[in-house]
Design a protein around this ligand. Structure first.
Ligand code: DOR
Ligand code: ZN
Length: 351
């Protein structure tokens, strides 16, 4: 059995409020604990995007009654909310912007990006969904403004090389990777079909190898937990996104057992760097216990996420979360949640 710090996932979509048929704060944070994450940061692309102080407050109030782990939030912008951004800033860990199409169609263009960079007076990171067609314009804007930017979806060689170069040039840029780009590639779409549909799309096997070879340039592993119902995924217009909170750590521990990654580096990517980059202060007397030798097959019926499926179902992994403790209290053990909705904490970057 090994003991690790309670992990931090800086990139989840818990769908609450607005799309609680997919997930809600209780099921989403239960899924986090089952996966060894004791702190999550939730994205603003809700059905009604979180672009105002009022919407942010509504979201926080809903979370307060339901969460079972620590949770913080991001603000969003479509380029028309400079005053609201100022009001929201002290309660959030950063600002999330989308330059490409994805769930919610919460999208901006280059002109809006420049405007929002001016509107965001804070030193907190701006997280930008930027695929290879728009990555250059973001890097150019960072050069010009000196704003701190985090790229959450390192996906393929072309885009990653540009990020590596920008980091070498000492721009204030950090980057994250989602487990699906490390453990799946576009050949998997043949079998998984819409259950492997996400944004950015899965890349080639060559890209996947490039990501593994250059993992040293990655700052954060973030699940991009993006649940949708099985019915929606089977529909004629399936939405983008896959759940990931319960599979991220087992997949990483499997890679550790295969010597593709070290345990220290895993802690750096899933705890230390997220803490530093996003200025997260949780973690006191908070830890997880993991049986690094236990092998099991990922099974949809054991998942706590409301959506009830995983693109990794059927895959054998090595490394299982056994117990989770938050501030000294046992909150999860052997697949069972031990606490009630509302026992989690809303975290505020200023505290
Ligand atoms: O596949 C994705 N799904 N990519 C994103 O960027 C958003 C996410 C979602 O919210 O469903
Ligand atoms: Zn996302």
């Amino acid at each position: 059995m090994i003991k690790l710090p309670g992990l931090i996932d800086v990139h989840v979509h818990l769908r609450d409020p607005g799309q609680t048929e997919k997930e809600d704060f209780f099921t989403g944070t239960s899924s986090a604990l089952a996966g060894g994450f004791t702190t999550v940061l939730d994205m603003p692309n809700n059905k009604i995007p979180i672009t105002t102080f009022e919407k942010l407050n509504e979201k926080i109030e809903s979370a307060r009654k339901k969460t079972v782990c620590d949770i913080g939030f991001y603000a969003g912008s479509l380029g028309d909310n400079s005053k609201e951004l100022m009001k929201m800033e002290q309660y959030v860990f950063g600002l999330k912007l989308y330059l490409n199409k994805t769930t919610g169609n919460f999208i901006i263009d280059e002109k809006k990006l420049i405007k929002i960079f001016g509107d965001w007076k804070s030193n907190k990171p701006i997280i930008i969904h930027a695929e290879e067609d728009v990555i250059d314009l973001v890097i150019k804007a960072v050069k010009k403004t000196g704003k701190k930017v985090h790229f959450p979806h390192t996906t393929n060689q072309e885009q990653f090389e540009k990020i590596i170069l920008a980091k070498k040039n000492k721009l204030p840029i950090t980057c994250g990777i989602n487990p699906h780009y490390l453990f799946l590639n576009k050949n998997d779409v043949k079998t998984l079909e819409s259950f492997a549909l996400m944004k950015p799309e899965l890349a080639s096997k060559t890209d996947q190898n490039f990501l593994w070879k250059n993992l040293k340039h990655i700052d954060v592993i973030e699940s991009d937990h993006a649940p949708h119902t099985i019915k929606e995924k089977n529909s004629d217009h399936p939405p983008f996104g896959v759940p990931g909170l319960e599979t991220t750590l087992p997949l990483l521990l499997t890679a550790v057992s295969e010597k593709k990654l070290s345990i220290d580096r895993t802690i750096e990517l899933c705890f230390e760097n997220p803490r530093k980059i996003f200025n997260i202060k949780t973690g006191n007397n908070t830890w997880i216990e993991v049986d690094e030798k236990e092998e099991y097959i990922i099974d949809n019926k054991n998942l706590l996420t409301k959506c009830g499926w995983s693109p990794f179902a059927g895959k054998k992994v090595k490394g299982r979360v056994k117990k989770v403790f938050i501030r000294g209290k046992k909150v999860f053990e052997n697949g069972k949640l031990l606490v009630k909705p509302g026992s989690g904490r809303i975290i505020n970057p200023e505290l």
